[in-house]
Write a protein that binds this ligand. Structure first.
Ligand code: 6GU
Length: 245
């Protein structure tokens, strides 16, 4: 998009993302697929920052041993403080919402994704090791909303993959990002539907390796099809996710 007319036509991004990480290459998948297209179209802006640019020692250290002892390393506060101050200057009246991926955070969900998709500016702070010095959260919270968010009850090596997951879930909720505006709404887990799992999907050929597509889907009877899908949703949800019923 170096064409100046295309540049002038570029929409104002609906959402700006700043991601701070010690592994910027981990975020490369953001430039693929649906999220990558949204960035190309200017609907989404994604800026990836290497935390090490805010270190001040020869070794570009970002971690140190924990006070009180224990295994592992903790991310030092100083580089994080400088990163926050540069990406979101304290004097700036507009502040991002800060999302910190952490197994100790509140659980990510379609509801949280929708909440984050409604923000104009999100900053993600990717921790590694045993986490970030806890004072960084308190410092950030003195001027911006801070959310520690967990994907589930398991431990990842760092927040980068969690950011990819969250950004994908958020970006597809932005108006005009998904090709088909309806399909985000009808997906499993979105609040606007009934909170059930989706019915199975089929495409051509109608017979494949001896297996038939359910005849109702070939019937052209839209009322019957809708009833069949609703029943399949119920059956699948009861079988796989009874907690949703
Ligand atoms: Cl969001 N981050 C990390 N580091 N580990 C996790 C997680 C997040 N969610 C589950 N495990």
């Amino acid at each position: 998009m170096s064409d100046p007319d295309a540049e002038a036509m570029r929409p104002h991004p609906q959402l700006t993302l700043d991601v701070i990480t010690i592994f910027p290459d981990y975020l490369a998948p953001l430039h693929e697929s649906l999220v990558g297209k949204a960035i190309e179209r200017g609907q989404l802006a994604a800026r990836i920052h290497d935390l090490r640019q805010w270190t001040d020692d020869i070794h570009h250290s970002v971690d140190d041993t924990p006070y009180g002892g224990g295994p592992g390393m903790v991310m030092k506060p100083e580089p994080w403080g400088r990163a926050l101050d540069e990406v979101a200057p304290a004097t700036n009246p507009t502040q991002p919402r800060l999302v910190i991926p952490s197994p100790s955070g509140r659980r990510f969900s379609a509801t949280v994704a929708a909440e984050l998709a409604a923000e104009p500016w999100l900053m993600f702070a990717c921790g590694r090791y045993e986490g970030i010095d806890a004072r960084v959260v308190d410092y950030a919270a003195s001027r911006m909303t801070v959310d520690e968010v967990s994907l589930g009850d398991y431990v990842l090596c760092g927040g980068e993959v969690a950011v990819l997951v969250m950004v994908e879930a958020i970006a597809r909720l932005l108006p005009g990002v998904l090709g088909n505006v309806l399909s985000a709404r009808e997906d499993s887990f979105t609040d606007s539907v009934d909170g059930l799992l989706e019915a199975p999907a089929y495409t051509k050929p109608a017979t494949w390796r001896g297996m038939e597509v359910p005849a109702v889907l070939l019937s052209g009877n839209h009322g019957e099809i809708a009833r069949w899908r609703a029943a399949e949703s119920q059956r699948r949800t009861a079988q796989r996710r009874p907690d949703l019923l």
